[in-house]
Design a protein around this ligand. Sequence first.
Ligand SMILES: Cc1ncc(COP(=O)(O)O)c(C=O)c1O
Length: 472
Amino acid sequence: MPNRPSLTTMGGMHPDYDHLQQAAKDHLCMHFTRHSTYENSDVPVIVRGEGAYIWDAQGKRYLDGLAGLFVSQLGHGRAELADAAAKQARELAFMPLWSYAHPTAIELAERVAHYAPGDLNRVFFTTGGGEAVESAWKLAKQFFKMTGKPTKHKVISRAIAYHGTPQGALSITGLPGMKAPFEPLVPSTFRVPNTNFYRSEETSYLGPHDEHAFGQWAANRIAEAIEFEGPETVAAVFLEPVQNSGGCFPPPPGYFQRVREICDEYDVLLVSDEVICAFGRLGHMFGAERYGYQPDIITCAKGLTSGYSPLGAMIASDRLMEPFLTGHESFAHGYTFGGHPVSTAVAMANLDIFENEKVNEHVRATEGAFRATLEKLNDLPIVGDVRGDGYFYGIELVKDKATKETFDEAESEKLLRGFLSKALFDEGLYCRADDRGDPVVQLAPPLICDQEHFDEIEQILRVVLDKAYSLL
Ligand SMILES: Cc1ncc(COP(=O)(O)O)c(C=O)c1O
């Protein structure tokens, strides 16, 4: 790869490297991680970041192809965001939003309500995405209890969709393997098909069809589920604008418009789970804006602060908040650190940069080039499908391009877990190989990336995917 800059341009070995390794192995409980992976190899320790790059404790550089975890919209090392955090911590480090308020939470609520579509004017802050999902379900249940429909409590969501780890959000999640160790979970959630058009013939039984027809079919499965469960029992439908888990499923044209009609018909709330899709990932503040639909609630987190401090939010419509605004009523729910002053101050600074540097406009102007660069990989025999929107893509890997045959469990184990993630990292690309649905490589780089970064991603993927195919 002649054009790729040196991987070791910054720093050297961390002075405390050996101790960090031992302490990580002895004491750190890592998230969603097989600890046995590190019995005979080092834990990758990332020590610093700048722009679209991160460096490990041995001084090696990587392109951050996943924005951390769909988080670092503005990239790393932005002094303005660090300064905003320090200034706020000095001025007022903590105050909860329990009957009291602080200025940056108020200002941020006003700003987010202003960006949010339609009458989504009320912002409930959390510390992350799972809590936002949890909050949305609780608001939906309490709202219907207060407005004369107390039996409406069930939730419908899509197969393979991830909505977080708290037990309510995990119940809404459509990944049986992730839920099994924690059953019984909160009851009353039900799955409908997702919008995986690449494999739609296998699920929709429609024969040859177009994307629009597939979208209508998939949306109508929601109506069917509501009818099946009883409309008087269903409170909400949780959908991501582009579903992440399974490998980036954008909505077929007309899908969300049909979902909206169904929700209106049955008085079921449409919750747009935008924990990944909001704040520029799709070139707009919210994914609902990109696809032209009006949710009743948006849940968001991650990019709201570009990761410089943790924060999530649930944004509810005027209709949903109305019963809570008079008399003795209150939304019986809260988090000590929800809307933490440092996080809300950082979010304000983050959104200032979004506006000043026209980040959404940049994504919209360059997303076509990102897509075109990734689509070059279609000439590899292992690449079945390249799909996504904005700066959010999944590359589905197949054993046989013509038949779309996928890998069995043993091949997935060998290829994805045994080879791919590590090989990509070794080549200097931090991203994820995921097989919660069919095997995909997930890409969601910082929104500041340009053609040079797209090329670097493509070049590394080309080398590693070629090698992966030869190992089959
Ligand atoms: C769509 C969606 N909802 C909820 C969550 C959970 O967010 P968190 O990990 O901040 O709790 C995620 C996390 O990736 C997500 O992608």
